[in-house]
Design a binder for this molecule. Sequence first.
Ligand code: BGP
Length: 466
Amino acid sequence: MNKFPKNFLWGASTSAYQIEGCVEEGGKVTSTMDLYGDKPSYPKGITGFKEASQHYKYWKTDVEMMAKMGLKSYRFSISWPRIIKDKNGSVNQEGIKYYNDLIDELLKYNIEPIVTMFHFDIPLFVMKDGGVHDKNFVKHFELYSEVLLKHFGSKINYWLTINELNILVMMADGFEILEKQDLSKQLKVLHNLNLAQAKAIIKCKEICPSAKIGPAPNIATVYSDTCKPEDYTAKLNIEMIRNWVYLDAVCKGKYSNIFIKFVKKMGVDFEVTKDDLDTLAKGKPDFIAFNYYTTMTAQMPTEESIKENKEKFDQQKGLVVPGFGMATKNPNLQKTEFGWEIDPVGFKNTLREVYDRYDLPVMITENGIGARDELTKDGKIHDDYRIYYYKQHIRQLAEAISDGVEVIGYMPWSAIDLVSTHEGISKRYGFIYVNRDEFDLKDMKRIEKDSYYWYKNLIEVNGENI
Ligand code: BGP
C-alpha cells in the first residue's frame, strides 16, 4: 500500500524576515520585524533579524542545496516591505525582480513554489497609517495581494494568505502590532486580518482562477487536563479562541455564536457589519494549510493556579484567560530543549480534527524541532534528535492519510537555519546549517546536516520507508 499520494509535495519552509537579512538592500522599506530586535523588551543576548541567514544574497546556493535534497516544494514568504514602498502603493521593481528570479530558479529545478503573502513583517508605513486595528489595513493588504497576484500569478499554483493569523492576534503586543494586550483592539486586529485575508482570496479567484489559495494558522488539538467537566469546558473555550475562531471565519464565513457571546460577556464591542459578512462569505479557501508544533492542555483556572503559573506566553504555551481557561503542562509528553511539548500522535489528531471540521484538503506548512545544533570539528552536524522527531511525526502523518485525511504536502520548518521568532539563531530548525552565531556572522557557510541526507532518502522513496 502506498503511504503517500503519488504527487505528494514533500518540501520545507522559511519566512522572509527570518532568512533574508540585508534589510537595507534592494529598495526594501523598514518593517516591524526589522525593529523588533532593537526593542528594550526583546530578549537580551540574542540576535534580531537584520542579518538573518543572508538568503537575500545566497539564494542561488540555497535553492541549489534544496534541489539536491530533492525537495518537491518550497514554502517561503514574500516580504511585503520589499514589494510596496509607501502608503500610495508604489511598487518596488527591485523586489519584484528578486522574487521573480527566485521563483524561476525554483521552477528550473521542478520545485513547486508555495508562497505566503504575509509572514509577520508589516511595513512601517502601514503601521503609521493606523496600524492593523485600523480599517486602512484591509485596503493596504488588498492592494499588496493584488500586486503579488498580478506579478507572480502565472507561476504560482499555491498561495497562502497570512501566516499564523491566530498567533498574530494572540501575541499582538509581542509582534509590535499593539503597544499592549487590549482585547478590544485585538478583536479589531482579528477582524481586519480576516477581512484582509478574504479580500486576498477574492482577488486570487479573479486574477488567478486556476491557482489555489488557503490560510496558514497555527493549529493545535487541545486536551482537557482531567475529566472534570469544568476542565472540559476550559478545553472547549481555549480551542475556540486558539483555533476555531480563525478557521470558522475563513472557511464558514462567520464567527460562531458562542464566540460572539463570549466577547459580549467580556464587555467588549465587536462590530461585524453585513458587508463584512458578505466579504467573508465570498473569500472561501480551496484548502487549509496549518503549522503544527505541539498540542495544548487546558484546565479551568483558579486564582491560585493562575498565580502559580510561571509559563511565559508564546506560540505554544502560557495562554491564560481567568474564568475561561488556562494552558497547563501535559505530564505525558517530553519537551524540546526550548520547552515545547513533543506530541506526534497529537499531530495525527489535529489533522483529523481540521479535516473533519471543514472538509477541505490540508497542507502542513510548518512542523519541526528547535535545537542547539553543534558543528563538530570535522564539519558535520549530527542532529539525530531531529531525524527522530521527523520520523515520529511523518509516521503519524501517514496514519492520518490512511485514516482518510486528504493531505497535499508536508513543508517542515525549516529548509535552512534562520533566526527564531523570539529565541535567536541558536534555536536552529534547518536541514541546512548556516555557520554564524548570535552576533558573530563568521562565514555564513551552508552545511548539510545529517537530517538533510535522511530527508533526501525519504523523499526519494516517497516516504515508503517511514
Ligand atoms: C511559528 C512561526 C515561524 C517560526 C516557528 C518556530 O510560529 O510561523 O515563523 O518562528 O513558529 O518558532 P520559534 O522561532 O519561536 O521557535
